[in-house]
Design a protein around this ligand. Structure first.
Ligand code: 5BU
Length: 263
């Protein structure tokens, strides 16, 4: 089944959340649906990758807790880079506990994720409290943030069922979360509503997998067959000899696939 979608410019008008409109406007302006996952272990390496790929991405995805020389000041540098290159920051934290605990994990500790990450994600497994807990932090601080639900995963043998995915969709659409939930991390299109962004990880031009269960799909298949609004690419880019050239290749592949899907 081929996905037909409104243009990013139209989607920016139609979507309900400010953060989602910001994302679509960046995509439209920079002509990119590429998110780069900077899964490296030093602040210096993260910055080096961002400087190389910054012009070609709409999102930089982080795993802040794998950086070995992390200092709180680093998050300010991340925000400065986000402003310099005009992208959003997505901390791939996958909160998965009761509301009261995730609230602390989001706003406290050494990372203080709510202070600098535009987007975070949750495993909806615990039920709506995992979303409400984070949403309350955002509301109390008066922040413009977005939350994604992990509705499907790319890894072999994952325990997510079709029912779980459908229940995740219903949670995302619940009226009480409409000021915070902006979409999914998933492997297929769950709804046509342009207010719900579908981000697909496990993307590589050479497809295949790794030796720990990762399963890759190509940018073209992710966008056209699976209905990705955003393709998330990690090692496909970060392990390349020329980071900038590789990011450009993925940007072009993602953008050309997008153009084939607009009505
Ligand atoms: P890779 O190097 O392109 O395989 O990295 C993929 C990134 O996306 C990595 O940071 C994972 O934690 C993340 N990811 C994923 O690979 N699959 C999923 O289903 C989810 C996240 Br959810």
């Amino acid at each position: 089944k081929k996905i037909i979608r409104p243009t990013w410019a139209e989607s920016a008008q139609k979507c309900k959340l400010q953060i989602t409109a910001r994302l679509y406007n960046i995509m439209h302006k920079k002509k990119t649906n590429l998110a780069v996952s900077v899964d490296v272990h030093s602040c210096r390496e993260v910055k080096k990758i961002i400087e190389a790929v910054g012009l070609h991405v709409c999102i930089v995805k982080t795993h802040i807790d794998i950086i070995e020389d992390f200092v709180p000041e680093f998050t300010k540098e991340l925000q400065d880079l986000a402003e310099k290159y005009n992208f959003l920051i997505f901390e791939d934290r996958k909160f998965a506990d009761i509301g009261n605990t995730v609230q602390s994990q989001y706003s406290r500790g050494i990372y203080k994720i709510s202070d600098w990450a535009d987007i975070v994600n949750v495993h909806p497994l615990p039920g709506k409290g995992v979303i409400s807990g984070l949403q309350q932090v955002v509301k109390d601080k008066g922040l413009k943030r977005g939350c994604l639900l992990v509705a499907e995963m790319s890894s072999a043998g994952n325990l997510i069922t079709k029912d779980y995915t459908q229940a995740s969709l219903r949670l995302a659409e619940a009226d009480e979360h409409k000021d915070f939930v902006m979409g999914f991390v998933c492997q297929s299109r769950l709804t046509e509503d342009p207010s719900m962004i579908h981000m697909v990880p496990g993307v590589k031009l050479s497809s295949g997998g790794d030796n720990l269960g990762q399963q890759y799909t190509t940018p073209e298949e992710a966008v056209i067959k699976r209905g990705a609004d955003i393709i998330i690419v990690g090692r496909g880019i970060t392990e390349a000899d020329n980071l900038k050239e590789e990011a450009e290749r993925y940007q072009k592949a993602g953008y050309e696939a997008y153009l084939k899907t607009v009505s």
